[in-house]
Design a protein around this ligand. Structure first.
Ligand code: NAP
Length: 526
C-alpha cells in the first residue's frame, strides 16, 4: 500500500495538530512534521506523542533545501529526542513512525550513524520496543543528479535505512520514467519523486508503481516542494483510490497545460463509468524533438500503460508528423486539416491520430440545422486552428462556406484550400447566413466585452444560428447579443463536451458520460 503523507511546517503544537486532524479527515495516512524551525526537543516529543496521525519527523538541513540552521550536532540530537519519544509524564513513550535523515548527513560520521541507529528499528537494534523506521533521503532542487545510482545503492546498503527517498527536479516528463524504474528495482521500499510541474506524474502514479509513499499538501499554499499536488487533487481529481498497477494512463499534451479543463473532464468520466484510467497534464516544450522523445519514452515503458492523449497548442501538427513517422493511421480529414488533437494507442500497439474538433462542430451544428448541411450558407470567423477544423468539416459536407478574418490573406489561403470564399471580418452581414461560427478568440476571458459580430436592429425573416467556439465564459457577449436578436445559439462548452466525448469513446470503447462531462465544465465555468 502506498501511503499519502501531508507535510506540515510546524510553528506551534496546537496548530500542527489541528492541521494533522484535517489531513486525517481528508484521507491522509501520515503527516510529515517539518520541525526545521521548531527545535525544542521536549516540544517535539509532545508533538509526536499527541499526533492525530502516525508521523514522519523531518528537520531538513539548510544545505539540503530546508530551513533548519541548527549546527549538525544539535540537529541530530533533536532527531534523537524525537526518536526516543516521551509520554505526557515525560517517560519513554510514543515515537514517530519514521525519521527522515539526509543520506549526506548519515554518511558524514560514524557518530551520527550510531546516534540515529539507537532510535530506529534495524537488524542490529538490541531494543525490541524500537519501531521507528529510518528514511534516508537525497534531494536535488535543480536537476537530475548524475550520481543517483550511487546514492540509491548507498541508501540500500545502509543497514539502518528502512526506506529510500530520492527527489529531484524533473528536466522533462521523461524523468518520471526514471522515478518509476527506481521504484520498480525494489532494493528497499522506495519513494522516488520528481519536483516541478513536469514531475506531477511521479507523485500521482506513485501508487501504480508501488512506491512507499507520496506527498500531498493540505492546500495550495502549504506545499513543501514544487509541483506537489494538494490532497484534494490527488484524491478527487487524480483518482488516487482507484489507481492500480494496471491503470491505463492518458493525458493532455500542451505548452502550457496547467489550466486545462481536460484532467477534470476525463477523470470524472473514468470515475462515472468505472473505467480503470487516470488522466494527467503532460507539459512538453513546443519543439517536435521534445514531443517525439517524450511520447516514445512514455509509450515504450510498458508498465506505464500509456494509451492516449488529447493534444493541444502547440503540438497538433507535431502529433500528425509523429504518427506518420511511426507508421500509424491518420484520420483523412485530420490530415486535410493539418492538425490532430487525439492520440490513441490501440490494443495491438498501433497508433492512431484523429481530430475530434471538426466532428464536435458538425455534431453540434446538425442538432440545430439538421443532418444535411450541403448548400447551407456558413460564415466561419477566424483563420486559425479552430477555423481550419470548421472549414474542412463543413466543406466536406458540401456546405457553402465563407471565411471572415481580420487578416484577409490568411482567410484567402484557408478558403483556397477547401473551395471556400474569403472576406475581411468587417464585411460580415450576419443575416445572410444559416450559421455563423466564431473561431476567433474574441470574447474569450479576460476580454469578455469583445465580439466579432454586430447585429443590427432591423427585422429579418431569417436569423442565423450563432455558434461560439469560445467556452470561457460559457455565455459570451456574442451569444448574448445573438439571443437578443432572436437567433438560436450553440456555446463553446457544447463543442468541448463533444470533442472530449469523442476522445473518450475512442480510448475506452464505452458510451461517453456526456452529462457528467457537461456538469464538470459548467462547474468550472461558474
Ligand atoms: P488561433 O489559431 O490562434 O487563431 C486565432 C484567430 O483569432 C485568428 O483567426 C485571429 O485572426 C483571430 N483573432 C485573434 N485576436 C483577434 C482580434 N483582436 N480581432 C480579430 N480577430 C482576432 O486560435 P485557435 O486555436 O483557432 O482558437 C480560436 C478559438 O477557438 C479560441 O477562443 C478557443 O477557445 C476556441 N476553441 C474552442 C474549442 C472548444 O472545444 N470549444 C476547441 C478549440 C478552440 P488573425 O489571423 O488576424 O490573427
Amino acid at each position: 500500500m502506498t501511503l499519502i503523507a501531508v507535510p506540515i511546517s510546524v510553528d506551534d503544537t496546537a496548530t500542527a495538530h489541528a492541521l494533522a486532524a484535517q489531513a486525517a479527515e481528508h484521507g491522509a495516512d501520515l503527516v510529515e512534521y517539518r520541525i526545521d524551525t521548531f527545535t525544542d526537543p521536549a516540544a517535539v516529543q509532545q508533538l509526536v506523542a499527541a499526533s492525530p496521525l502516525p508521523c514522519l519527523v523531518t528537520a531538513r538541513a539548510a544545505w539540503e533545501g530546508g530551513h533548519c540552521d541548527l549546527d549538525e550536532t544539535d540537529r541530530i540530537s533533536l532527531l534523537e529526542h524525537a526518536g526516543l519519544g516521551s509520554d505526557s509524564d515525560g517517560q519513554a513513550g510514543i515515537t514517530p513512525a519514521y525519521l527522515d535523515l539526509e543520506l549526506a548527513a548519515y554518511q558524514k560520521s560514524a557518530n551520527i550513524r550510531q546516534k540515529i541507529g539507537l532510535v530506529v528499528d534495524h537488524p542490529d537494534q538490541p531494543r525490541p520496543d524500537v519501531s521507528t523506521g529510518l528514511i534516508l533521503s537525497t534531494h536535488d532542487f535543480d536537476t537530475f543528479p548524475n550520481d543517483l545510482d550511487r546514492r540509491v545503492l548507498a541508501m540500500a546498503d545502509a543497514p539502518a535505512c528502512r526506506v529510500i527517498k530520492a527527489a529531484w527536479r524533473a528536466r522533462s516528463l521523461r524523468d518520471n520514467i526514471d522515478a518509476f524504474e527506481l521504484i520498480a528495482q525494489r532494493l528497499k521500499p522506495t519513494i522516488a519523486l520528481c519536483m516541478g510541474e513536469a514531475g506531477l506524474p511521479s507523485r500521482v502514479l506513485a501508487k501504480k508503481f508501488g512506491a512507499h509513499l507520496t506527498f500531498a499538501a493540505l492546500d495550495a499554499d502549504s506545499t513543501s516542494a514544487p509541483g506537489q499536488p494538494t490532497l484534494d487533487e490527488l484524491k478527487n481529481l487524480y483518482r488516487w483510490d482507484a489507481i492500480t498497477p494496471d491503470t491505463r494512463v492518458y493525458g493532455v499534451i500542451g505548452w502550457p497545460v496547467g489550466h486545462s479543463a481536460s484532467p477534470a473532464f476525463h477523470n470524472a468520466g473514468f470515475t462515472a463509468t468505472g473505467y480503470d484510467g487516470v488522466y494527467l497534464p503532460m507539459l512538453i516544450p513546443p519543439e517536435y524533438e521534445h514531443f517525439k522523445a517524450t511520447v516514445i519514452r512514455w509509450l515504450d515503458h510498458a508498465p506505464l500503460h500509456f494509451c492516449g492523449a488529447s493534444v493541444t497548442i502547440p503540438h497538433k501538427q507535431n502529433l500528425l508528423r509523429f504518427v506518420e513517422e511511426q507508421g500509424g493511421e491518420i484520420e483523412p480529414l485530420a490530415a486535410a486539416i493539418g492538425a490532430a488533437n487525439t492520440l490513441s494507442r490501440r490494443p495491438d500497439g498501433s497508433l492512431y491520430a484523429g481530430n475530434t474538433d471538426y466532428a464536435a462542430i458538425l455534431g453540434a451544428t446538425r442538432e440545430k440545422l439538421g443532418d444535411d448541411l450541403s448548400h447551407k450558407t456558413i460564415a466561419v470567423l477566424g483563420a486559425g486552428g479552430a477555423a481550419r477544423a470548421a472549414v474542412a468539416g463543413f466543406a466536406a459536407q458540401g456546405a457553402n462556406v465563407t471565411v471572415f478574418n481580420r487578416t484577409v490573406a490568411k482567410a484567402q489561403a484557408l478558403a483556397d484550400e477547401f473551395g471556400a470564399t474569403a472576406k475581411p471580418l468587417d464585411d460580415l452581414a450576419p443575416f445572410d447566413f444559416a450559421l455563423i461560427i466564431n473561431c476567433t478568440s474574441l470574447g474569450m476571458h479576460p476580454h469578455v466585452d469583445a465580439t466579432p459580430v454586430v447585429f443590427e436592429d432591423a427585422p429579418h425573416a431569417h436569423r442565423p444560428t450563432v455558434f461560439d467556439t469560445v467556452y470561457n465564459p460559457k455565455e459570451t457577449k456574442l451569444l448574448r447579443e445573438a439571443a437578443a436578436a432572436g437567433c438560436e445559439t450553440i456555446n463553446g462548452l457544447e463543442m468541448f463536451v463533444r470533442q472530449g466525448a469523442a476522445q473518450y469513446a475512442l480510448w475506452t470503447g464505452h458510451e461517453p458520460p456526456v452529462d457528467v462531462f457537461r456538469a464538470v465544465l459548467e462547474a468550472r465555468a461558474k
